[in-house]
Design a protein around this ligand. Structure first.
Ligand SMILES: [Zn+2]
Length: 219
């Protein structure tokens, strides 16, 4: 086997100590440590830094250990934030370029061809987007129900792709989509909402429920 560089081994040592490396990596490190005194020493000193009780560490070791613990936490937070920002971005975009199509019985219908699927029909000319939530448990008239919210949007600005998709409006349209986790849904409500507002406490699912139209309910 090709000799692995000490720097590579030392890079993975913190993970190795935490026991979060793959079996292959563990084997590689074990193998290397058998022959390499330098890395053995490095391992021992890292273990001490990470596992000594806080009060026994001098300030330098403390800050080293803290720095790298924080780094791990920051990476985790970073990826959560990244996802959240992407979501916010998408919804801000929606509310900048699109507006909610008001509910009308003729335009939007839900059918339950079987108990497993709720099929959403849109009979309008076209729409820019359909927004659906997964079912969430909300209290309605003192009863817990699994509720999904939906709304359709139309574009405010005309985009070239949208114009290509649009036709002259002569044809009958029936756009169909199936609601996520249909089998769990007790009721479907129609209302425009902005996930960003909910995240910042400016809106809540209970408030949205108040202003929403009930469009389907399980018998
Ligand atoms: Zn080494």
């Amino acid at each position: 086997m090709k000799e692995i560089k000490c720097t590579i081994i030392q890079d993975v040592l913190p993970l190795y100590i935490d026991g979060v490396v793959s079996p292959d990596t563990k084997e590689m490190v074990d193998e290397h440590l058998k022959h390499c005194e330098k890395c053995q020493k490095e391992l021992e000193s890292m273990k001490q830094e990470l596992y000594l009780p806080v009060e026994n560490k001098d300030s330098l070791l403390k800050s080293f250990s803290k720095k790298w613990r924080n780094k791990k936490i920051m990476i985790a937070l970073g990826s959560i934030l990244g996802t959240a920002i992407l979501l916010f971005g998408a919804f801000s975009y929606v509310f900048y370029y699109e507006k909610v199509i008001p509910y009308s019985e003729d335009l939007i219908k839900i059918e339950a061809p079987n108990n497993q699927q709720l099929v959403l029909h849109y009979f309008g000319k076209s729409y820019a987007g359909v927004h659906e939530t997964h079912p969430m448990s909300l209290e309605i008239d003192g009863e817990k129900k699994n509720v999904s919210f939906i709304f359709y949007t139309q574009t405010i600005a005309h985009s070239p792709t949208r114009n290509l998709l649009d036709d002259d409006g002569q044809n009958e349209h029936n756009y169909i989509s199936v609601l996520p986790e249909s089998e769990k849904i007790d009721a479907v409500y129609y209302a425009g909402f902005d996930v960003e507002d909910i995240s910042f406490g400016k809106d809540s699912w209970d408030d949205i429920l108040e202003r929403a139209d009930l469009i389907w309910e399980r018998e």
